[in-house]
Ligand binder design. Structure first.
Ligand code: SAM
Ligand code: SF4
Length: 327
């Protein structure tokens, strides 16, 4: 079992499979992209499988595949098939921009991988294209509707961006009226590859909630797991639900059960901290399994208590982009 130095059980791995992406969301990275890792620095699919299998043996029972955009990786489904076969893994999920998922929907469903977090920061086409700096609106909407039709468990991630998409907050909630989806509003964090720095945000989770209540005063809190990062609500007579993720306010750190491994093998024990180890060379050397397990155990024995403490220890943190951290 993986227990950190604050007595928190770590059972959730967020595994990034690439730092590349076919979109350029302006809150995530600069228009020109970032310095993407060289190919030989990315963990191979076999290495990602070794990491997953070993971490599951150490007590991980939930893996989220993320990136960059996971589906830009041509061999992604090889990993997904393997994960689907790991019995002790209770929950496999993917975070995606949904541009490239179309060809894989049938197989994902057959594998039982139906938990999809789909990033969609606008309901309006022009706003979507302004934010993502690409023309992929139609395909994303088509894939979203297909995933809903196919009974996937869909959570829409909507990063609330002051001056860009707040006019779409209420319209996107309309989706929850007839569809069993959860729309989760994320506070913006300054992990955008250095394009913009900020120390405060107007649209924090409390402000977003107050805004939603101007139209929907009749909402009820849905009880959530202790380790949940979202505070979830139901609007009266809506089939779906919505959630608020205080990713900037960091109210959920006390019960954090997450470990991140980046596409290049960085081990990140807090989103706001710097990598505490890199397992790439460990995986490529002799006794990979034993040394990998040691590295992971060591990493979680020095975790910061919360994101504020981690940020203090990591002055350059906001030069990072979410595409390389993995979200
Ligand atoms: N490309 C995939 C996607 O967009 O869903 C997966 C990777 S993306 C880095 C993971 C999540 O991080 C997405 O939901 C995205 O909206 C979120 N994200 C990226 N940059 C962010 C930022 N600066 N603040 C808050 N959330 C951010
Ligand atoms: Fe790509 Fe996801 Fe970052 Fe958007 S948020 S640029 S889709 S990695």
């Amino acid at each position: 079992m993986l227990i950190d130095n604050h007595n928190r059980k770590i059972n959730y791995l967020r595994l990034a499979v690439t730092d590349r992406c076919n979109l350029r969301c302006n809150y995530c990275m600069p228009e020109a992209g970032i310095n993407f890792a060289e190919n030989n620095k990315l963990l191979s699919i076999e290495e990602l499988i070794t990491v997953s299998e070993n971490l599951v043996e150490l007590g991980i029972d939930k893996i989220r595949i993320t990136g960059g955009e996971p589906f830009v990786r041509k061999d992604l489904m090889v990993l997904m098939r393997k994960l689907a076969g790991i019995k002790a893994l209770k929950d496999i999920s993917v975070t995606t921009n949904a541009t490239l998922i179309g060809n894989h929907i049938d197989e994902l469903k057959a594998l039982g991988i139906t938990n999809i977090n789909l990033s969609l920061d606008a309901i309006d086409k022009e706003t979507f294209e302004k934010i993502t700096r690409r023309s992929q609106y139609e395909i994303v909407h088509r894939n979203l509707l297909r995933l809903i039709d196919e009974d996937f468990n869909i959570r829409i991630n909507f990063v609330v961006l002051d001056g860009q998409n707040t006019q779409d907050i209420l319209p996107i909630l309309e989706l929850t009226k007839h569809h069993n989806v959860s729309v989760r509003f994320l506070e913006e964090m300054p992990f955008n590859g250095g394009s913009r720095t900020f120390n405060t945000i107007k649209w924090d989770y409390k402000y977003i909630l107050e805004y939603i209540q101007t139209k929907y005063p009749d909402i009820t809190l849905i009880p959530s797991e202790k380790t949940s990062t979202s505070i979830n609500y139901k609007i009266k007579n809506h089939v779906g639900s919505f959630g608020l993720i205080p990713s900037f306010s960091r109210t959920f750190c006390g019960s954090c059960n997450r470990l991140r491994i980046s596409a290049t093998g960085d081990v990140i024990t807090c989103l706001y901290g710097k990598p505490v180890a890199n397992i790439r060379e460990v995986l490529r050397a002799h006794q990979a399994k034993e040394n990998l397990r040691d590295e992971i155990q060591k990493a979680i024995s020095t975790r910061a208590a919360n994101g504020f403490e981690a940020q203090q220890q990591n002055r350059g943190v906001f030069d990072n982009s979410m595409t390389s951290i993995g979200g």
